[in-house]
Design a protein around this ligand. Structure first.
Ligand code: PEP
Ligand code: MN
Length: 262
């Protein structure tokens, strides 16, 4: 089975390869809270070890009364953080009207779970030819997720990275049910890189490290994790956000995992 997965496609985000045989780490805060916040966090994560920086600028919150992100201001801060840390960046794009403006700032677009079925947005980001991290809709079947990617592919853009972020089931103990078997199956089926977001997938910070170990054991291509210097104070998704100390343990584990495989 391992052999099959190792034949997968590789998608490059700047110089960073997603896919192949070396799992990477994408990390950053759920929401970019200020210029200082994202610049400091970029430099801290860079120092600890990270491949791609992710931060939320436009936030798709369940309640319209919750913090919606700093919007385009935050995209500029993220770009500055990228220049200072030399890290590639990714952020979520929520609407078609933002695609053109954002494409000169970011190295990859994230399509969030709530927008997986937004076919007009998928076509629009597809046309940019940029790498697209396509999150699974929280009630999407594997086939629907795969077909959503076809909208990007149909624009001639094969820079597709699938992201499993948990689905809604009858279970209530966890925020979502992380479908690792589905993620593995999709990778085997399509050959595209498949990454996993254990933060939204579990909703619990103490489950992030164990899920990272599982993702590496499966031969999947990256973990995407929410990190904050002071997680309890994070403006969104505090309960699933880890601190730098925990992040350091995870980064060390991924580093050793990769060294031992060479
Ligand atoms: C996020 O990545 O911050 C996010 C909102 O995730 P999802 O679209 O998976 O809910
Ligand atoms: Mn989040």
């Amino acid at each position: 089975m391992k052999d099959k997965l190792s034949k997968g496609k590789i998608v490059k985000i700047k110089e960073v390869k997603v896919g192949g045989n070396k799992p990477i780490i994408i990390a950053g805060p759920c929401s970019i809270e200020s210029r200082e916040h994202i610049v400091d966090e970029a430099l801290s994560l860079k120092e600890i070890g990270v491949d791609i920086l992710r931060g939320g600028a436009f936030k798709p919150r369940t309640s319209p009364f919750d913090f919606q992100g700093l919007g385009f201001e935050a995209v500029k801060y993220l770009k500055e953080a990228s220049e200072k840390s030399n890290l590639p960046i990714v952020t979520e794009v929520l609407s078609e009207e933002h695609v053109e403006k954002m494409k000169d700032y970011v190295d990859a677009f994230q399509i969030g779970s709530r927008n997986m079925y937004n076919y007009a947005l998928l076509k629009k980001v597809g046309k940019t030819m940029k790498p697209i991290i396509l999150k699974r809709g929280f009630s999407a079947t594997i086939r629907e997720w795969e077909m959503a990617a076809k909208y990007i592919e149909a624009e001639g853009n094969e820079n597709i990275i699938f992201c499993e972020r948990g689905i809604r089931t009858f279970e209530t103990e966890l925020r979502n049910t992380l479908d690792l078997a589905g993620a593995y199956l999709l990778k085997e089926k399509t050959g595209y890189p498949v990454i996993v977001d254990p933060s939204h997938g579990t909703g619990k910070r103490e489950l992030i490290f164990p899920m990272v170990k599982a993702v590496l054991a499966l031969g999947l291509d990256a973990v995407m994790i929410e990190v904050h210097p002071n997680p309890d104070e994070a403006m969104s998704d505090a309960a699933q956000t880890i601190d730098y100390k925990t992040y350091e343990k995870i980064a060390k584990y991924v580093g050793e995992f990769n060294e031992n495989r060479i």
